[in-house]
Ligand binder design. Sequence first.
Ligand code: SAM
Length: 282
Amino acid sequence: MSTPGTLYIVATPIGNLEDISARALRILKEAALIAAEDTRHSSRLLQHFGINTPLAACHDHNEREQGGRFINQLLAGESVALISDAGTPLVSDPGFHLVRQARAANIPVVPIPGACAAIAALSAAGLPSDRFIFEGFLPAKTTARRTRLEALKEEERTLIFYEAPHRLLESLQDLSAVLGGARLAVLARELTKTFETIKDAPLAELCCWVEADANQQRGECVLLVAGWEPLQKDELSAEAIRVLELLLAELPLKRAAALAADITGARKNALYQHALEKQNKT
Ligand code: SAM
C-alpha cells in the first residue's frame, strides 16, 4: 500500500511506453488523485495502462494557485501523484512550486524515478559523464542565446541542453559560433522512439548535417556538448595558429610570431616554435 498523505513525483515514459516502472503503475493506481501537466495527454497514457484514478491539471499557469488544493488533500491524508507530459516532472516541467509547498507543510515527498531525456541522452552520448551540467532550454532569441553561451564558453563539464525542433539549427549555429566549430557535440533525437538517432560530430559538422537533412529538424531532441578543455602551457589554440599562419604568409618568422602573440594573447615562444617547426617541414 502507498503511504497516505504522500506527494509522489512519478516519472513517465519519454516515448516508449515500456519504460514505465511497475512501481510507477502501482502508485498511479493507488493515489487518490493524479496531478498532470496536461490532463488530456495523460488520460491517454493512463487509459493504456487501465488506470482510472481521477486527474487534475497542474501546469505552469495554475501551479501556484492550484497547489493549495493539492496541499489540503495531502494534509487530509490522501496521496497525490504528480506527472508531466513526458519523463521526470520538474525537469524543464512544472512541479517545483508544489514540491516546495508540500515540503514546507511537512508532507512527505517521494520520487518514483524513471525516464528523463537528459540522462538517457547522456548515458549513450559517449561524452564524459562524471561531471555534467543541465542547462535546460536556451533562450529563444539569438542575442540572449549567445549571451548565455558566452557565459558557458569555458565550462569544463559536459553541457546538456533541451531544444525545440524548429530552433535546433539556429541553436547549433550559435553553439558553433560561440564555443567553436571544432568542439565535439552529440544530437540525441527521438529517444526511445522509432526514429531514434544519436549522432556525434564536431559542432560545425553537426550544423551542416542537420541543415542538409530536414528530417533531423523534426521530433524531440537533446543536445550535448563536450566541456571546454583548457590549453596546456605551450599549447596553441586553433585561432592562434590561424592568425600565425596568415601572418607568416606576409612577414618574416620572428615578426609574424610577435604580432600573432599581440593579437591572440598566445605565448610568443610557443608561436615561434610552431612557426619554426612548420618552416622545417616545408
Ligand atoms: N521532463 C522531461 C524529461 O524528464 O526529460 C522533459 C520535458 S521538456 C518540456 C521537453 C524536452 O525534453 C523536449 O523539448 C526535448 O528537448 C526533451 N525530450 C523529451 N523527450 C525526448 C525524446 N524522446 N528524445 C529526445 N529529447 C526528448
